[in-house]
Design a protein around this ligand. Structure first.
Ligand SMILES: O=C(O)CCC(=O)C(=O)O
Length: 263
């Protein structure tokens, strides 16, 4: 698959692109089955709701041991981490050849999987998972430049009631001051300046098999899940080959997988 010039232009302008019905239902269901087994067994490494809320910016930037706090009394899994090596189905999805030309177009470079970031099955547990506040993924990632995007796969339908993703189009190219973010680098929602920006948000209603590719600087958030069914999505991050993880950071601690160029 390749993007048309208009689609590529749209990505550059908005910072994201929604591709409908990309992954077949059978593939989504097969991935879901494995994901549910790992969630049921709470197989590490995983991130819990408490872990996500409580860990500092420094921890999330530098610490490599990113497993959950096993002493937590009630573990609510927020995401399964390091999924590339968990199952062949996950690996195959992350190395999918059909999407590669699109990623090559967007990155303008050959494609490298960064296993340290968003190498995850994301969950929204009914009523228990928190909403995720406005943020840029790149805030805890340390690279030579910003040429990174994430690929989000809806393994089932995603809508406002079960934790829909929301984006601020064009925010990946906006210039912000440090004061526009709080101490964990979430985009503040309490200033008039930010409220005007947040008013531009769009909700990404996704159907099973849809993917969204979004830039690492794009401001995004997600709702709580007020339905009775868990929402499960797959997200992984790729970078251009010329983009280098900075020595000594968490970004440099995990293997990278260089994918073959598809002409
Ligand atoms: O809560 C969600 O589903 C979104 C998660 C997210 O944006 C993130 O972890 O970077």
């Amino acid at each position: 698959m390749r993007l048309s010039d208009e689609q590529l232009q749209q990505f550059r302008q908005d910072g994201f692109i929604h591709i409908k019905q990309f992954a077949p239902t059978e593939q989504c269901d097969a991935i879901l089955d494995v994901a549910k087994a790992h969630l049921k067994g709470k197989i590490e490494p995983l991130e819990t709701e408490i872990g996500y809320q409580e860990r500092s910016k420094e921890y999330r930037t530098h610490v490599k041991d990113y497993t959950s706090m096993s002493e937590e009394p009630c573990v609510i899994v927020r995401r399964l981490r390091q999924v590339y090596n968990r199952d062949i189905l996950f690996k195959e999805w992350m190395e999918d050849a059909e999407i590669r030309p699109v990623l090559q177009q967007i990155l303008g470079d050959s494609v490298v999987i960064t296993t340290g970031h968003h190498n995850s099955i994301m969950t929204k547990m009914p009523h228990l998972s928190q909403a995720t506040s406005w943020h840029q993924d790149r805030r805890y990632w340390r690279y030579s430049d910003d040429n990174l995007v994430s690929v989000w796969l809806a393994l089932d339908n995603e809508h406002s009631d079960n934790g829909v993703l929301e984006f601020i189009p064009g925010s990946h190219t906006m210039q912000f001051t440090p004061e526009q973010f709080d101490d964990k680098e979430y985009f503040r929602e309490d200033t008039d300046q930010n409220k005007l920006i947040i008013a531009q948000k769009v909700s990404m209603n996704l159907e099973k098999g849809d993917i969204v590719i979004f830039h690492a600087l794009l401001l995004h958030r997600a709702n709580k899940n007020s339905t009775d069914k868990v929402k499960i999505s797959f997200v992984y991050t790729v970078k251009g080959a010329a983009t280098k993880a900075l020595e000594g950071s968490r970004s440099a601690e995990y293997p990278e997988i260089t994918l073959a160029i598809i002409p």
